[in-house]
Design a protein around this ligand. Structure first.
Ligand SMILES: [Zn+2]
Length: 322
């Protein structure tokens, strides 16, 4: 939980340590970026550094009683709010306001971390806005969200935004490799989790490999199938809602690899499928393969817009096989 242990977020850490050195911490910060890249960890690290009793430079010592309480999740001045079900609700924000009427209990600072702030419903958003308009003394409010567009503009304008970027996939792969995964699994998992170390680390490598292999084998054999199995494949994909986005990402890496096979074979990701990739790439033009990438992308966009996933997948599969 120290700043130097946060991976791949040099710029946000540099900005925060500069603020700490100057002693000018804004009363509200907004950390944006996809899940699993260190926003929440950094928020906790900042809170821990602010209240550390014997900081090392500007970083927390991780040993003093204050740091120990943060690590065990029992520091009374570190308050985390997260969605209760799908939303952060007004009663959660009301409970928070009641706590804010009093000065910090133990620390110099009180840190409020609102995780997934995009999940605040309108009532909760307005209540937080009020809090940001009249910031309580000695309090730092840190909101985390995927992007500023997910929040009320009035909330965004009252926070100092710090953008967290996806971690380079080579870096994620390196860490996965160190954690005991084989090279092929580490690389493909790192690519398909798009720089989200948290997501990559939460996956069961063995189960994931079985799922990936099965999916790629189905995709590899698509063009030689008759129509009926194609629709069955679309239906299977649509039914596995939790993994649908991941499945489409995987399908995307497949067509990316078919393209790479033509222009830069060294950059193929699914190296364990090289023979099938070479075979599938033969006789297809770059133009044709680019169209297939567009088809997968269109399906992803339609599904994210909450369109009928089965319909979007059927259209995609027809395009992939044409
Ligand atoms: Zn400490």
């Amino acid at each position: 939980m120290r700043f130097d242990s946060i991976i791949g977020q040099e710029r946000p850490i540099r900005l925060l340590t500069r603020m700490l050195k100057k002693g000018s911490i804004p009363h509200a910060l907004l950390f944006t970026g996809v899940d699993g890249i260190g926003k929440q960890t950094t928020a906790v690290a900042l809170g821990m550094a602010l209240n550390c009793l014997s900081p090392v430079g500007v970083s927390a010592c991780e040993e003093c009683p204050s740091c120990q309480k943060v690590i065990s999740g029992s520091h009374p001045d570190m308050i985390t709010v997260k969605p209760d079900g799908a939303f952060i609700k007004i009663n959660q924000v009301r409970a928070l306001s009641r706590q804010l009427r009093f000065a910090p209990l133990e620390g110099k600072w009180r840190i409020i971390i609102i995780n997934d702030a995009q999940a605040m419903n309108l009532e909760a958003s307005n209540a937080i806005l009020k809090m940001l308009e009249e910031p309580p003394k000695g309090t730092v409010i840190i909101l985390t969200a995927p992007q500023t567009l997910d929040l009320l503009p009035t909330i965004v304008s009252r926070c100092q935004q710090i953008a967290f970027r996806p971690i380079p996939y080579e870096k994620v792969a390196e860490i996965l490799l160190e954690s005991g995964l084989d090279k092929q699994t580490a690389t493909t998992l790192a690519v398909s989790t798009k720089g989200s170390l948290g997501k990559a680390m939460s996956v069961d490598g063995e189960k994931w490999t079985i799922w990936r292999t099965h999916l790629l084998e189905q995709i590899a054999s698509l063009s030689i199938r008759s129509v009926q199995p194609l629709f069955a494949f679309a239906e299977t994909l649509a039914r596995d809602k939790d993994r649908l986005v991941d499945a489409l990402d995987m399908i995307m890496t497949w067509f990316r690899d078919l393209l790479m096979c033509k222009v830069s074979p060294g950059r193929i990701i699914n190296k364990d499928f090289i023979t099938k990739i070479e075979h599938a790439s033969q006789g297809r033009s770059i133009d044709d393969l680019l169209k297939k990438v567009v088809a997968v992308h269109a399906a992803q966009a339609a599904i994210l817009r909450n369109s009928n996933p089965r319909l979007a997948l059927e259209v995609m599969i027809m395009r992939l096989c044409s």
